[in-house]
Design a binder for this molecule. Sequence first.
Ligand SMILES: *Cc1c(COP(=O)(O)O)cnc(C)c1O
Length: 393
Amino acid sequence: MTLITQASPETVPLYVPYVGAREESYVQEAIASRKLDGPDGPFARRATTLLERYTGSPHALLAPSCTQALEIAAFLLDLEPGDEVIVPSYTFPPTASAFVLRGAVPVYVDCRPDTLNLDERLVEAAITERTRAIVVMHYAGVACAMDEIGEIAGRHGLPVIEDNAHGLTGSYHGRGLGSLGALGALSFQQTKNVQCGEGGALLVNDPALLERAEIVRDKGTDRCQYFRGEVDKYRWVDVGSSYLLSDMLAAFLTAQLEELPDIQRRRLGVWDTYHRELAGWAERTAIKTPSVPAGCTHPAHIYYLVPPDAATTGALLDHLAGHGVRAAIHFQPLHTSPAGRRYGRTAPGGCPVTERVAECLIRLPLYAGMTGAQVARVVDALTSFEPRGKESR
Ligand SMILES: *Cc1c(COP(=O)(O)O)cnc(C)c1O
């Protein structure tokens, strides 16, 4: 493939939220139906069915966000003050804060240098008699080592909860991400591959948790059972909150989920082009590109680079900005963040890999509407960069 640099003055953005052909008409249809509430509107049913099909999970419950789906998961753990949950430090705050809301102490574990996922070799040492769950996050939608993590969890009788905000359509040995733990959470916030502005879902893979998950989501009431005719009136039966998604947003989401194969085809095209065109340059400059272990497929949520040191990252970000390319750093470690320190503790050995990755990692522009010319501009900008130390060597 020849890469043609177009002399376009416009900046290549980091992301552009995808909107397809059907969102508007579906939202209009929802408005016309005068059935806009949750949990069981016509579009909610369609979106739920599609999510169950894409992930292989037996039950998807739509929620207002991934954060709130994780909060439902935290209710279901019956956490008591002082209970602990194992979490990666290299993640977004809700992976930990959802459990802090229920009184738990997050215990931060370092990530693997290749996938940047929770390092399964460090999990066992972080488990104590207060541990109640292992929470994983599949960075960029590349699976954690779920066999090894599942084995450790099984030995200690702990549920695994997946923060799968990045990984819709990613898979691990043929099984959909989000369907592997007892519970999985998805995000449809507008930076994610599939979006409805703000939205999420809880995948309930352990059928024993379904009835209570529905109750927690609906203000602690058994209204879902009432709608199904299983009880003759609905009442307050448990703790809970309001975690329902309006059918107007479910309509928008349904359109996106129907367009998912096309969204994924476009995103994977961009990701694969980066990976192919940057391979030689990355090797020469000792800049690390994403690793996808055997048996894993990923949804092209993020394409990232990890330069060897923070100075190179700073120089590369300046270089890209000078070439009209918006790139960005990503997660800052939870274990050194102000609230992370206040509410949690770091597992023995600390999180040195997380600290280095957080300082060095850069995300490249990646979105479904990206043109070939835009991808080529990013590649050309990158491959014209040589790390400073190089010339003097
Ligand atoms: C985006 C994201 C979330 C939060 O998703 P919301 O739907 O905005 O609540 C949680 N975890 C990770 C890893 C994320 O990237």
